[in-house]
Design a protein around this ligand. Structure first.
Ligand code: PLP
Ligand code: ZN
Length: 399
């Protein structure tokens, strides 16, 4: 049973019914699902929930789906929180963890958002979904829409990554490739949505609820303690906005005690609109000419930017910008020290932690969680061809 009650605008507070398809508020800001947390507090036992399953749907009471038959799941969530002491030693952090989202269906944490978002769209009667996206979101939504029997129309910008195109094709998405950027794809998608009555999910509010389950899992995996610092690679921002929402909900539910984690928004040198807004104390503005190898965090118009800036400020967190070179070094470091093949976005948090340890923001005894948002296996083009001695049949290995 879900304790969801309504949707509330993150900027102007306007309230919306939770039983209609909507994207953003009239004022243009993102809307957040709200729950009757007092009733939930009386009814729910965190320790029972912890052992009631593995996927994100063990938190179904705190997710916005009312009709269990509409849940579309492929076993997303339940990812490990790995202690990474060798990496910690290199960075000078004694209690370091990686939340490894690379083991999700479709290879990234986007599966969590797509599972909840697609489930809600189905519950509300949508049959056709459309999404302009270059990357991991496209493939995740294609996957969950197909699993749920809905049609998925994808409008890819020119820089779409091959693996996501191929995967989406295999699950049967209807695909278009635009000779243009993400903005061009968005406008084409919007017109198609209006013309054919398709639901444009690019700003739908329920993916954030799926992504928030990362926060619930981290607290549960730490024995209902909060980490001191949590770093997340931020693009559109639903990830970190969702995780900070989860910690606030858990505090209201009485599931966690003490302070919030200090939230750190990690972006890269070619596109850091949220960190810029945080540093300059201004609303988030569009980033001109974004570039960079980590395309999941290369979002020039982050819908949830202002929500994140508030969460970062309230938690005494910070923002950090890393270079592409630091990201690639971190991919190698994480693999070499901990046998985790991270995605470039996730490895940006390794680079961010290194910087923040040097600056003193992270102290040696802090409990620090890095979220690796996806599997490096989705990015083969980024890795160097290793130099390997060539042998002929019959040759011997000489040490
Ligand atoms: C989408 C994405 C991000 C950014 O997540 P947001 O919720 O958009 O901030 C980070 N890493 C990867 C691998 C992604 O696909
Ligand atoms: Zn509003």
């Amino acid at each position: 049973m879900s304790f969801a009650t309504h949707l509330e605008c993150s900027r102007c507070g306007a309230s919306y019914a939770i039983d209609k398809l909507i994207n953003v508020c009239r004022c243009g800001a993102g809307v957040l699902a709200r729950y009757d947390l007092q009733a939930a507090k009386r009814a729910l036992d965190r320790d029972r929930i912890a052992v009631s399953g593995r996927s994100i749907w063990k938190y179904r009471d705190l997710l916005p789906i009312f009709e269990p038959d509409d849940v579309i799941t492929l076993g997303e969530g339940g990812t490990p929180l790995l202690p990474v002491p060798r990496l910690g030693e290199r960075l000078g952090v004694r209690n370091l963890f990686v939340k490894d989202e690379g083991v999700n269906p479709t290879g990234t944490f986007k599966a969590r958002g797509a599972s909840v978002g697609a489930s809600k769209a189905r519950e509300l009667g949508a049959r056709d979904l459309i999404l302009p996206s270059s990357g991991n979101a496209a493939y995740a939504w294609a996957t969950y829409a197909a699993k749920g029997g809905m049609a998925m129309h994808l409008v890819f910008p020119g820089d779409a990554r091959e693996i996501n195109l191929k995967g989406s094709a295999l699950v049967g998405a209807d695909m278009y490739l635009v000779d243009g950027d993400r903005g061009d794809a968005g406008r084409i998608a919007q017109r198609a949505a209006e013309r054919y009555g398709w639901f444009d999910v690019s700003k739908e509010p329920y993916r954030l609820e799926g992504k928030k389950t990362i926060g619930y899992e981290i607290a549960e995996q730490l024995g209902w303690r909060t980490p001191d610092v949590l770093l997340f690679p931020t693009g559109g921002g639903a990830g970190l906005a969702g995780i900070s929402k989860a910690f606030r909900e858990m505090a209201e539910l009485g599931w966690i005690e003490g302070r919030m984690p200090r939230f750190v928004v990690v972006q890269s040198e070619g596109c850091w609109p949220v960190v810029r807004a945080y540093r300059e104390g201004r609303p988030v503005e569009t980033w001109q000419k974004p570039y960079g190898i980590a395309n999941g965090i290369r979002n020039p118009t982050p819908l949830w930017g202002d929500v994140i800036v508030s969460a970062v400020k309230e938690s005494d967190g910070t923002g950090v910008v890393v270079t592409d070179e630091e990201i690639l070094e971190s991919v190698r470091l994480l693999a070499a020290t901990e046998s985790i093949l991270g995605c470039p976005e996730g490895c940006a948090t390794v680079a961010g932690a290194a910087r923040l340890r040097k600056s003193g923001f992270i102290r040696p005894d802090d409990v620090v969680v890095l979220v690796n948002t996806g599997s490096g296996l989705k990015y083969p083009q980024l890795f160097e061809q290793p130099r390997v001695p060539r042998l002929k049949p019959g040759d011997e290995i000489v040490m």
